[in-house]
Design a protein around this ligand. Sequence first.
Ligand code: PLP
Length: 461
Amino acid sequence: MKARSKETAVNEAKALRDMALEHLWIPFSMREDLTAPDGVQVFVKEDGCRVIDVNGRSYLDAYAGLMYKNVGYGRKEIADAVYAQMLELTSPPGGRGGTTVPAVKLAAKLAEITPGDLLRTFFVTGGSEANETAVKMAKQYQRLSDFANRYKIIARMGEYHGSTHLTMSLGKRTGTAWAAYEPLVPGVRHISQPYCYRCPLELQYPDCGLACARELERVIQFESKEMVAAVIMTSICQSLPVIIPPPDYWPKIRSICDENGVLLIDDEVVCGFGRTGKMFGIEHWGVTPDIMTVAKGLTSGYAPLAACIASSKITKKFDESKEPFLHIFTFGGNPICCTAALANLEIFEREKLVKRAATMGEYFSKQVQTLYEHSLVGDIRGIGLMWAIELVKDKKTKESFTREEDKDIAGKLREAGILTAVTGGAIRFLPPLIINKDEIDEFLTIVDKVIGELEKELSAG
Ligand code: PLP
């Protein structure tokens, strides 16, 4: 076959980009800090920790797609398993008790690998749906427990729990961009994050006495505990970014929930499946939630699948009541997706990826410290393979970078061959868990160079 000329390839790439800009609604396409330099970047190939775009340029993906490609790109064993399942059975008859072998096996597997007595899974197709499911389940549980007035949900400011109307309402943000979707769903209250580097309460740990966790107690009392159904939080907030709570934070949150009859929902959409060096982020604190939501790493993005996993306390109540849970998504628990998840989890076991994330995280943690020599590096924090390198314009005042500047930093990294997100000057490192030491060094060398360039530019005014 005749090789395509370079000119043909460039023209084809340009035509694809133009077509995408015209016909494809690209998420975040209007946000300068999160989008590609010319609005869209079309990718065509993947392998390991790398992706190749339509122009043939290869990038090290330090953001694992959108924090989901935990087993890395190009896993033939998942493709093979999905192909075989597609030839057998692609969907059960819906809504009449029908299910499939992969769905049953995966639900049992999740009960085995999640902490405590998390027992029964409701499958959906994405993290937002999983959180919607958790909130509905929590409200109904409270009603079945004779607390019909318990409908309020408490979440944390600055979290991201999804893009549906309810999940947006859970993730409180400021800024005019949110105004378009107001009024958001009522009955949601917000408390502060355990963000020690920029404490929202202007206190210092441990002298603060965990004021941010105690805020939960105050808000429950203020809202009246007879009216609060549940608290929802990520075990480690990725969006703000990478806020690792102090050691006593989660046990305190758990005990406040227990004392007030409030359910605890743990959103493990990002932190789940090895990201933090344990299977689930909350295991670092030895706490078991009443409901856990998972997505992303469940299939490592090889198929759209997410789950809401309920503890035996919840399932018992529903079983006893015989009241139905009025909730269904056509493609939730599709056997093709469940097969992808099972094959994905087999890779986790075979390659001991959770342990690997912990080991590589320790290596990263040591190597990254030299970046503190830069005048712009304010804080570096993370655990396992979930890190943020937060740049500030001034280490004393902690002045943040703007969105326009974030775009510039992300653009420089992209130019140098690294894909990742940069928000508020924080450069993320959440790569596939298969990343090796050479690739970590490659990332750090490029980040070091880019920060050096920024410093020169800023000092030149
Ligand atoms: N929860 C968290 C913590 C997330 O980061 C995300 C997405 O990034 C979601 C929920 C929503 O997941 P999805 O995009 O699959 O709906």
